[in-house]
Design a protein around this ligand. Structure first.
Ligand code: CDV
Length: 311
C-alpha cells in the first residue's frame, strides 16, 4: 500500500495591527481551498497566524495584549477555518496565542494545534524555546518580547498519532535546536510541522541579511535528514507595519532536499506529494537510532544548559 499523501504549506504575507481576525481567517480559508485543489490532505499554517507578530511591541497590561490571544479550541475566531477544513476533509497545523485559566491563575502560551481531516483535535504543542527577552532592550527599532507574554511550554515534544502516521509539532525558534526534532523522532514522528515569524534583522547582532534565510533552511534540512523525516515549514512574512520578516516556507524531504519552496513574501500555497516511506531507509541505516546512538555519552545534553568546562 502506498504511503503517499499530498501535504501543503500555507505561507502568509503580513498581518497588520489593524487587520481583524475575521479578515485573517478568511485568508486562511482561501488558502485551505487552494490546498484542497492541489489534493492536499494536510496543511501547515504559520506561528501566531491570527495576528501580527505582537511580541515586537511593548505592552504593560494584559488588557492591552489579551486581544491577541484565543480562549478555547476552536476559539470563536478560528471557527470558520475548523468548519471549512472538516468539510474539505483536510487536517491542519495552526499557530496561535493561547490563554487559559488554570489553578486559579491566567496562563498564556505560544501554541499550535493539530487537527485531523475529520475535524478531531489530535494534539496541542506549546512553544518551549522562547527567544528574546522579558524586558525591553530599548535602543532598537523593535523588540522581541516572547518571554514577557508567554510561559515556557509545558507539554514536551510529543509525536501525535494521525491517520497518516505520527506527526510532531514545534514552533519557530524551536527549529534551531536539534534536541527538538530528535525527541520527536525518538517518539516515532515521521513528519515535523512548524510555523515561524523570523524578523529579517537580528536585533542582537548585526548579521549579514542573507544569513537569516540561510540559517532557516540549514535548520530545516538538517532536522529532516538527521531524523529521516519530512519537514513542513510555514512562514508569516513580508513587512508587517514596516517590520520585515523572511519568507522561504518549504517542504523538505527526509533526504534533506527542499522539494517545494515559496517564492513570494505573501500568501502562497506550496504542495508536494510526499512518500511517507522515503525516510525509512535513513532510519534503517545511518540513523538507525537503536543500533548507533550512544546515550552513555550524551549526559550533558540533559544534565546542563550552558557550557561547563572541567579541568
Ligand atoms: N518567533 C521566533 O521564534 N523568532 C525567532 C527569531 C527571534 C530569531 C526565530 O528563531 O526565528
Amino acid at each position: 500500500m502506498s504511503r503517499k499523501e499530498v501535504f501543503a504549506v500555507a505561507q502568509m504575507g503580513p498581518v497588520h495591527l489593524h487587520d481583524t481576525k475575521a479578515q485573517v481567517v478568511a485568508r486562511l480559508v482561501e488558502m485551505l481551498r487552494e490546498a484542497h485543489s492541489h489534493g492536499a490532505r494536510w496543511v501547515t499554517f504559520p506561528e501566531l497566524a491570527l495576528t501580527t507578530f505582537f511580541p515586537r511591541y511593548i505592552y504593560d497590561n494584559p488588557e492591552e495584549y489579551d486581544v491577541f490571544f484565543e480562549e478555547g479550541l476552536p476559539s470563536l475566531a478560528m471557527l470558520p477555518l475548523f468548519e471549512e477544513a472538516k468539510a474539505l476533509g483536510i487536517g491542519f497545523y495552526l499557530g496561535y496565542a493561547e490563554k487559559l485559566e488554570e489553578g486559579g491563575r491566567t496562563r498564556r502560551f505560544n501554541t499550535s494545534v493539530l487537527v485531523g481531516p475529520d475535524g478531531a483535535i489530535l494534539g496541542k504543542y506549546r512553544k518551549i524555546h522562547l527567544p528574546g527577552t522579558k524586558d525591553p532592550i530599548g535602543d532598537r527599532e523593535f523588540e522581541h518580547l516572547e518571554k514577557r507574554y508567554f510561559e515556557v511550554g509545558d507539554l514536551g515534544f510529543p509525536a501525535f498519532k494521525t491517520p497518516s502516521g505520527r506527526f510532531g509539532m514545534c514552533i519557530c525558534n524551536d527549529r534551531r535546536w536539534p534536541e527538538t526534532f530528535r525527541v520527536m523522532a525518538l517518539r516515532g514522528a515521521e513528519v515535523f510541522m512548524l510555523g515561524y515569524n523570523t524578523p529579517t534583522r537580528n536585533i542582537h547582532h548585526p548579521e549579514p541579511a542573507h544569513l537569516r534565510e540561510f540559517h532557516n533552511r540549514l535548520s530545516l534540512k538538517s532536522a529532516a535528514y538527521q531524523n529521516g523525516a519530512w519537514v513542513m515549514a510555514a512562514a508569516k512574512c513580508g513587512s508587517e507595519d514596516g517590520f520585515a520578516m523572511i519568507g522561504g516556507s518549504a517542504i523538505v524531504a527526509p533526504t534533506g532536499e527542499v522539494v517545494a519552496r515559496a517564492v513570494s513574501e505573501d500568501d502562497e500555497v506550496i504542495a508536494y506529494n510526499c512518500d511517507l516511506d522515503l525516510g525509512a531507509y535513513i532510519r534503517r541505516s545511518v540513523f538507525d537510532f537503536a543500533r548507533h546512538r550512544r546515550i552513555e555519552h550524551y549526559g550533558p545534553i540533559t544534565a546542563q544548559t550552558g557550557i561547563e568546562v572541567t579541568e
